[in-house]
Design a protein around this ligand. Structure first.
Ligand code: 26V
Length: 808
């Protein structure tokens, strides 16, 4: 037990001598880091062993959260914070002449996600550990050898570089080869009779081993709050297969087999709003699904001896449709391996699955070509066909003559398998991730399903880990809050509301301003050291960080800055502002990459123009990721959340900014609307089209971007500046201009330009009155509690996972 500095030092030295091969004096920082992680892991392991016993004794429900992405961020300092040991460790190490902060730099961030969806899964793991009394939640994912690429900015353009995050071994994960699962691809299915029952025999398949690597996660200051993330890597079945083939002179064949297998967990697809449609992606999805479902069945039988009451004790949650093949996979196991009837198996399946939709963008909705699917997963395809056949038969008899309903909800149509339809039909619950998004699901993409099964549909607005993004990332503010209202807010984020009592406390408000300033200094230092751009911490930090995408409208922000530049050149004065951008573009998304280059070109002009750079500066942060987010969110004054209304399902960055006291400049979209509702007009800058207006205008002929262009001279000017030499580069921005004009501006950048600019100016003027600004900042922090992922996870437990269903 580590209670104080001395007991820590003893335990550390002990561990060090066990796990390292050099004496402490001769070892490097990595070895010292490795020993520290080993010690923390050992402690966490013993907590886990206790927790799992309680879990079984109390017969708690197990939730499998299946996700192709988990963007977990760095673990060492976060775990120590959750254990309440950070200071003890820092001081203990100092006594041993070891610098704790240097050890922290040794940790690689696991880049196993693209953006919001993956980070949400990580926040939910955190909160599932925290809220474990309602049921045990576990993450199941893939251990990609190469996660998301590292972004370099070269001459203003994005260059993708592989991130070898596993090169030194990733110490937090423990391999569990004894829990591996065999996953079967390709081959053919033969039927036979077993008495009077038809059985299905999958033959000539290619087996792949799914080997788990477990990472433990902690809740706050309570060692019984612990769960794990199980990440699978793909390995060839027989280790001696190569040797065998080698002896038979088939080395090339063996090498090809190994490469094909390992490809499955080799790389994360970097497209986050575009269905890949590739066989390898489907392989990954089935690999994760079969491993997770197989694991749950094996574990359940080990504990309970049979599958009795499986649906009462187990829940599977699919994070978007990516793991949707786990629905037919469970059917396959129950029928083919456990000998159940179709009806028995279906009753269990629809009672254990629930599905969250994270996007309505048509290009992101997964539809697999039947031919590709059937060749890769022949038995799973048969089961999907049968689910579809029975579904259509059932609906056909309940709604006779309603051909449209069948057409709108069928799983297989036009030679493709609609994974969203499979997910809705195979789940007992479907939810969206913000109020407006859930409404759109019901009225729009799942309208027909809503008509027939309204009880399936729910909303659970996303949440973020306030422990990571406020308590851990923003120590100055966290300390100030705890001094004012005590520490309970760390467990119960709605306690932050109590801060409102301090709005007239001058001392407190001064401290609040100081905390923000400190965070801005930290970011300014980071930017100067990495990118050589000097920025002023007393300027207004206006920050736009997220994946680059047309609908997220980084372009709108860039055009606004160009407009502002023009105005300042003509004598306008404003509150000095630093515009900060960050985010990655999918490697194949040229338009998004053009926008990165545009932002960097604008930055060049602005930052090198003496006449304006007392007022504005522009920075594009290289390689935005979780760790950089932890420096960025606390430093923001303004949070840019300006997606085209209806397109951003929720957004979660908006919440991370809010917890850190930024004021949102937001469109009428996703969670912005709920943040606005929580803080009111006075503390939020809302602008632009509504979702209904966007949908109405999207109908052909209702919008003509040329009208906006010709009727707004300021706008016309900046659009022309894209291509008239103003940007002083040979890079060709015609494609961006064409998108806005000849392609009729599908994200309504021009339509929202003036309302956006006006809203920004309002905020900028407000910044001049620091007292008023700080009031709004405080108000945002105080009202952020409902956006904690603890709240979201409680809702998942209440509304979905623990819902009383039939006991099967
Ligand atoms: C689709 C595909 C298609 C195949 C290739 C890989 C891939 C990866 C992701 C996706 C869909 C991603 C959907 C998504 O990321 N949605 C975001 O989810 C956040 C968490 O709910 C939410 O805050 C964002 O608004 C939403 O865009």
């Amino acid at each position: 037990m580590i209670q104080d500095k001395e007991s820590f030092k003893k335990a550390y030295l002990d561990t060090f001598s066990r796990v390292e091969s050099n004496p402490l004096e001769l070892s490097n920082n990595w070895e010292k880091y490795h020993a520290l992680v080993s010690l923390v892991k050992e402690m966490m392991n013993s907590y886990w062993v206790n927790a799992v016993k309680t879990n079984i004794e109390k017969d708690q429900r197990r939730i499998y959260y299946l996700s192709m992405e988990f963007l977990i961020g760095k673990m060492l300092a976060y775990n120590l914070m959750n254990l309440g040991l950070e200071n003890i460790v820092r001081e203990g190490l100092a006594d041993l002449n070891i610098n704790y902060d240097e050890l922290l730099l040794q940790e690689e961030e696991a880049p196993l996600g693209n953006g919001g969806l993956g980070r949400l899964a990580a926040c939910y793991l955190d909160s599932m550990a925290q809220e474990k009394d309602a049921g045990y939640g576990f993450g199941f994912g893939i251990r990609y050898k190469y996660g998301l690429f590292t972004q370099k900015i070269v001459d203003g353009c994005q260059v993708e570089v592989p991130d070898p995050w596993l090169k030194d071994g990733y110490v937090w994960a423990t391999p569990k080869p004894d829990r591996m699962i065999t996953v079967k691809f390709k081959g053919n299915v033969r039927t036979a009779m077993d008495g009077n029952r038809i059985i299905f025999i999958h033959e000539n398949y290619e087996p792949v081993l799914a080997v788990p690597h477990d990472i433990l996660f902690l809740g706050y200051m309570d060692t019984s709050k612990i769960n794990y993330l199980r990440l699978y890597s793909a390995e060839p079945v027989m280790q001696d297969f190569d040797l065998l083939s080698f002896n038979q002179g088939e080395f090339a064949k063996a090498a090809a087999y190994r490469a094909e297998v390992e490809a499955i967990s080799n790389i994360l697809y970097p497209e986050d709003q575009n269905q890949a449609g590739r066989e390898l992606r489907l392989k990954q999805e089935y690999f994760l699904s079969a491993a997770s479902v197989g694991d749950s069945i094996a574990y359940y039988k080990m504990i309970y001896g049979s599958l009795d009451k499986f649906a009462k004790r187990v829940a599977f949650h699919i994070n978007d449709t990516h793991p949707a093949v786990s629905i037919p996979e469970l059917m396959r196991i129950l029928i083919d391996e456990e000998g159940m009837s179709w009806e028995e198996a279906w009753e269990i399946t629809v009672n254990v699955f629930s599905y969250t939709n994270h996007t309505i963008l048509p290009e992101a909705l997964e539809c697999w070509p039947v031919d590709l699917f059937r060749a890769l997963l022949p038995r799973i395809y048969m089961i999907i066909e049968e689910i579809d056949r029975r579904y259509l038969q059932d609906i056909g008899s309940r709604y006779p003559g309603d051909e449209e309903l069948l057409r709108k909800t069928a799983i297989i149509a036009d030679g493709r398998i609609n994974m969203a339809h499979l997910s809705v039909i195979g789940s007992r619950s479907v939810n969206g991730v913000s109020r407006i998004h859930s409404q759109i699901l019901k009225e729009n993409i799942f309208g027909a399903f809503y008509k027939i099964t309204p009880e399936k549909f729910h909303n659970i607005t996303n949440g973020v880990s306030h422990r990571r993004f406020l308590h851990y990332a923003n120590q100055p503010l966290s300390d100030l809050i705890s001094q004012a209202i005590g520490v309970e807010w760390i467990n119960q984020a709605t306690e932050l509301d109590k801060l409102l009592a301090f709005s007239n406390d001058r001392g407190f408000m001064e401290q609040l301003a100081k905390a923000k300033y400190k965070n801005k200094e930290r970011l300014a230092k980071y930017i100067f050291e990495r990118q050589g751009v000097a920025i002023d911490p007393s300027s207004m930090f206006d920050i736009h960080v997220k994946r680059l995408h047309g609908y997220k409208r980084q372009l709108l922000n860039a055009l606004k800055i160009m407009d502002l530049y023009n105005a300042i050149k003509e004598g306008k004065t404003i509150q000095p502002t630093t515009f900060i951008f960050g985010g990655k573009a999918a490697s194949s998304y040229q338009r998004a990459k053009d926008v990165i280059k545009l932002i960097n070109s604008v930055a060049q002009i602005v930052n090198n123009d003496k006449q304006v750079n007392d007022y504005i500066r522009v920075v594009f942060l290289e390689n935005f990721n979780v760790s950089l987010g932890e420096i960025v969110y606390p430093a923001a004054d303004v949070s840019e959340q300006i997606s085209t209304a209806s397109k951003e399902a929720s957004g979660t960055g908006c919440m991370k900014f809010m917890f850190n006291g930024a004021i949102t400049l937001g469109s009428r979209d996703g969670a912005n609307l709920e943040i606005h509702e929580a803080v009111g007009d006075e503390h939020f800058a809302l602008f632009g089209l509504t979702a209904a207006q966007v949908m109405e205008l999207s109908v052909a002929g209702r919008y003509n971007s040329w009208d906006e262009y010709s009727s707004t001279p300021r706008l016309k000017r900046v659009i022309d500046q894209l291509v008239d030499g103003f940007l002083q580069t040979t890079y060709d921005f015609h494609s961006i201009r064409n998108g806005l004009l000849w392609e009729n501006d599908c994200f309504f950048v021009l339509k929202d330009f003036m309302p956006y600019t006006v809203a920004w100016e309002g905020l900028n003027q407000k910044y001049a009155d620091q007292d008023q600004w700080l009031q709004s900042s405080l108000y945002n922090i105080a009202k952020a509690g409902i956006f904690s992922s603890d709240r979201a996870i409680k809702e998942y437990h209440q509304l979905i996972w623990n819902r009383k269903g039939p006991v099967v």
